[in-house]
Design a protein around this ligand. Sequence first.
Ligand code: ATP
Length: 441
Amino acid sequence: MTEYHIGVDSTDSAELGMCTTYLGALIIEEMEKLPVELSTYPELVRLNPNVPWKTRGNGAVALRFSGRRGQERRMFDTCCEMIEKYSIMEDPQTNPGLVVISGNVPEEFTETYHEALHRLMGTDEIIPLLKEHECLFRGWKNGRGLIGAVSAVGARFDEFTYEAILYRNGEVKDRERLVDPGSVREASRKHPSTFFNVDDRGDLVCIPHSPCPVICGIRGLEPVDTRSALLEVSAGRAERWVLWRTNQHTDVHIVAIDSLKDASPYSSVSLDVVVDSEPSYHGGGHLSIPVRDGSGHTMTAWAYEPTKGFRKELSGLIRGDSIRIWGSVREGGGRFERGINLEKVEVQELEKKRDLVNPRCPLCGGPTESMGKGQGLRCKSCGNREGLEKLPMEVKRKLSPGMIEPPPTAWRHLFRPSSVTPVKELEVAPPFHGLLFEDHQ
Ligand code: ATP
């Protein structure tokens, strides 16, 4: 008996369909015709969300099998055939990569996984590793998918969540899904360890609108619950499902830094800063917040329009507020300076806010009012105009210390909301995948 690890990435296209996780599902079925079987959950591995050439969520898949020795060549050849058959090669962004390993995964592949979460990598860093470890591998077109494929097999999750995904046939490209929304709401209610299925208004947020084969994805913290919830969703054309273990919602892409000078482009960071001047709105409704770190380095943090209420709450920050920020570092260039695109903010300490307010009348104690721009103040009760000047007074802040997070529709896959505590202990609860049509069984 031996262990086999398959990593695949970059087979899909945002416009033309497919999804690497769907190909993963098909590969599992083909592999199980050989004398091997899945030894654990299939893994959906999200990598650096800031890579410019990602299709959607920069996801790659790792499939781990155990079985009779000497199967790796057959496994590799079958995967090659399937990648060629199913990948959307005509999309310039589709550059598939495949790696098949028998035995233990080299330690360097795990290091690659961590690097691929935090910076931009090149295939020139990956191919020598694959050769050194005599892996079976293949890259198609520019071969960039090898970066994701190696990172996926190297992935080891300290914390994780689950996502059970229901698939239709890859040939179906409709943007409409035939899902009964009531069944999703009911499944979500019955299985409270699942999350991100329905928003506050009851609208479904677990259904893509792209031409890809995914019908619905249920995220959860408990494998049996997550799988049951998915299988209770009524959907037309559903053919198969997979229960993925994933690094989604763990913040594993974030590196804690102490100084803004260490905020390198394409990385995602968290650090304590102080608001340097009032936030301001820009074209398109985006909010900029100038911030300063403890050693005086400054940068602008951005909250974009689609984050809606998040952006609005942050607009209440003032100079001197102490906050912790999480976000991805945007490279400067052209009209834009380097900046941090905010994922969440913790308000740590609020500065006292003072506004100039009308004083009480020193003669009668009555309220005062302005007589017009530059005209001074007058007592509303006795008409006195002498000795009246606006006074700085502390006003109540609308913000209070605590986390400020965007609504679920603006979450990135790796974003860890405060409402989700990822899992640390692995509970192996097969089945990990299944078929739903009798024709396919
Ligand atoms: P989907 O979420 O639908 O699977 P995707 O967003 O994962 O799509 P891909 O087509 O896989 O998009 O594109 C991401 C590409 O970036 C892949 O080729 C992957 O190997 C590569 N990649 C992943 N991480 C890095 C990194 N850190 N540096 C450079 N390239 C990377």
